[in-house]
Design a protein around this ligand. Structure first.
Ligand code: FES
Length: 589
């Protein structure tokens, strides 16, 4: 129903006071006059809600007196992009009286807020991004649609895949399981971190597909060649050709993984992780955007340095040569084990992967394959072993070593997701990168064995320290968040997560508490990655023990990196309260 005009006062009063404020069931309306014209606005500054009637009017410009944002009187548009435009409303002068119509907003709020998200991301304005995300959610826009807008913004403004796109995708993967109150924060974090990446970045220079349509094995051969010699243009055109030719996602994954794994554990595992995230982003926003997104990872692949160039993979044992030999053997063993499944020794294999003899580790993998373990089985064991490195991370290590443990876990989890994707491809070829990725993950776990010397004790049900621990869901959540409020509460966080699960409470509740702990921090790129990988790996298992160990690993890592300034959370709160019409300036006072 459209609003009616209401009387604001007389022109005489307006001239005498300089401004009128109309209150009612609607939001307060500010009426001002300048140079013989009358204007009406929402009286709340769009920046942080300060009453604009306390501002000043001069030369057709309204200035807010909190942070001095300036607005064009005629349109409400701001001169200061961080403040946003102020909504105006219709005003009429009838026989010396001023009448206003409390009609704000936009005829299409979803479209308006979508455009604001574009502006906010283009100028890296956190509050504008937060308001645009909140505005779209209030207007009924689906969270995945907001994620799609942000991802495509990144595709247009980035030359290469990086932290922002990874964070956005990691959080996007979790949207379906996040508590409702965290969905806004997740989308805001994703879009804001991506906008920060895009600021000042060189926009993507598009290449095009070739005019021909080579077969899959030719494309794979070509891509491996171009990535090996770091010829990005050629590599990108090859991938675009495969996309244009309708190559299905499993075969695209096979293509990229083959070229990626010609370098060992490239860029500390980030490169393969980014490829996996690009695929997952397409799962979320639609594969019709493959030609927009996949080229972003090609530059990363071409530029990446492999661990085969480093000493630790070469001496005292040549792990690269060991992997190469094993990779040639694995396809045959898969054939041997093909009809022997189902295989279920995932946890046992994970323990063997934590051993200190690389040859024995490879033998364990070969035995599992011969016994019927499929790609997805091996990926699960690999990821669990890597999670145990974090769960048992010794606190005598340097703080930076957490990142070493993190890299191996997120790499192994990405390998697992990639193996599952490729595993559905028919006619898997012997030159697939899948076998190499698996072996590289296993050797990366082997190389980080020093992180568990001495190993941290895993919290268990018999743990004496649990005797006086909180017992209800709410008590455990409160104690966990309290632990994250203080530094170095690594083992306390682990014990609380473990206790929640040991008492048989719903896992989603403790995962929700961890999500809350993550999303209230200005957390680093790795924390998003580890949380998402941990939650995904948790859901791979039905057995309680691996599930508990994986969440313990997540809780320990997050606790080691909390608390932070929490500036993002403050920005999100401001956007939230502006959306509800709360008064912010009074609190600030
Ligand atoms: S400029 Fe108006 S509240 Fe900040």
């Amino acid at each position: 129903m459209s609003a009616k005009f209401v009387r604001a006062g007389t022109l005489e009063e307006l001239d005498a006071k300089g401004r009128l404020v109309v209150r009612g069931s609607h939001r307060p309306i500010l009426v001002v006059s300048d140079q013989g014209r009358v204007y009406a606005f929402d009286n709340r500054c769009p920046h942080m809600g300060f009453p604009l009637d306390r501002g000043s009017v001069e030369d057709g410009i309204l200035t807010c007196h909190w942070h001095h944002a300036r607005f064009d009187l005629a349109s409400g548009c701001t001169f200061d992009l961080w403040a946003d435009d102020v909504p105006i409303c219709p005003v009429e002068v009838r026989g010396g009286e001023v009448w206003v119509k409390a009609e704000f907003g936009h005829s299409e709020p979803a479209a308006w807020w979508r455009q604001r998200l574009e502006v906010g991301m283009a100028h890296n304005l956190g509050l504008t991004i937060a308001k645009a995300v909140r505005g779209q959610l209030v207007a009924g826009v689906a969270p995945l649609e907001i994620l799609r807008q942000a991802a495509l913004f990144g595709a247009r403004h980035l030359e290469g895949w990086g932290a922002g796109m990874t964070i956005l995708t990691a959080l996007g993967n979790l949207l379906a399981i996040l508590p409702e109150e965290e969905v806004f924060l997740a989308l805001f974090h994703g879009a804001a971190r991506l906008a920060a990446d895009c600021e000042g970045a060189a926009p993507h220079r598009r290449r095009s597909a070739l005019g021909s349509r080579p077969d899959h094995s030719t494309e794979k051969r070509w891509l491996r060649r171009w990535v090996a010699v770091r010829h990005r243009d050629a590599a990108e055109r090859t991938v675009l050709t495969a996309i244009a030719g309708g190559t299905p996602p499993p075969a695209l994954a096979d293509l990229l993984l083959a070229a990626e794994t010609d370098r060992v554990f490239a860029d500390g595992g980030h490169s393969l992780d980014f490829i996996n995230k690009a695929f997952e982003c397409l799962d979320l926003i639609g594969w019709e955007h493959a030609a927009d997104l996949l080229p972003l990872v090609i530059g990363v692949m071409a530029a990446a340095r492999g661990a085969d160039e480093s000493t630790e993979w070469r001496q005292p044992e040549d792990l690269v040569a060991l992997c190469e030999r094993a990779a040639t053997e694995l396809p045959r063993l898969f054939t041997v084990g093909r009809d022997r499944g189902p295989w279920s020794k995932h946890a046992e294999l994970a323990q063997l992967l934590l051993g200190d003899d690389p040859k024995a580790i490879i033998t364990a993998l070969e035995a599992a394959i011969s016994a019927g373990a499929a790609f997805a089985d091996l990926g699960r064991s690999l990821s669990y072993a890597a999670a145990l490195r974090i769960a048992r991370f010794g606190l005598a290590n340097e703080h930076g070593d957490w990142e070493t443990a993190h890299h191996v876990f997120t790499y192994c989890s990405a390998v697992h997701q990639g193996l599952k994707r490729i595993g559905s491809a028919p006619n898997l070829s012997a030159d697939s990168g899948a076998a190499r990725a698996l072996l590289h993950g296993a050797m990366a776990i082997y190389l980080t064995r020093y992180l568990n010397v001495p190993p941290a004790r895993l919290p268990g049900e018999a743990d004496k320290s649990l005797k006086d621990a909180p017992s209800t869901v709410d008590e455990i959540r409160a104690a966990l968040l309290d632990a994250f409020d203080r530094q170095h509460r690594v083992d306390e966080a682990a014990r609380l997560v473990s206790r929640h699960l040991a008492l048989g409470y719903a896992p989603d509740l403790i995962i929700g508490a961890l999500a809350h702990a993550l999303l209230r921090e200005d957390t680093g790129f790795h924390a998003y990655q580890i949380f998402e990988a941990g939650v995904r790996q948790f859901h791979e298992w039905a057995d309680p023990e691996p599930r508990r160990h994986i969440l313990v690993a997540v809780a320990r890592y997050l606790a080691a990196h909390s608390p932070t300034e929490r500036a993002l959370r403050q920005t999100a709160d401001i956007a939230d309260r502006l959306s509800r019409g709360d008064q912010l300036h009074e609190d600030a006072g």
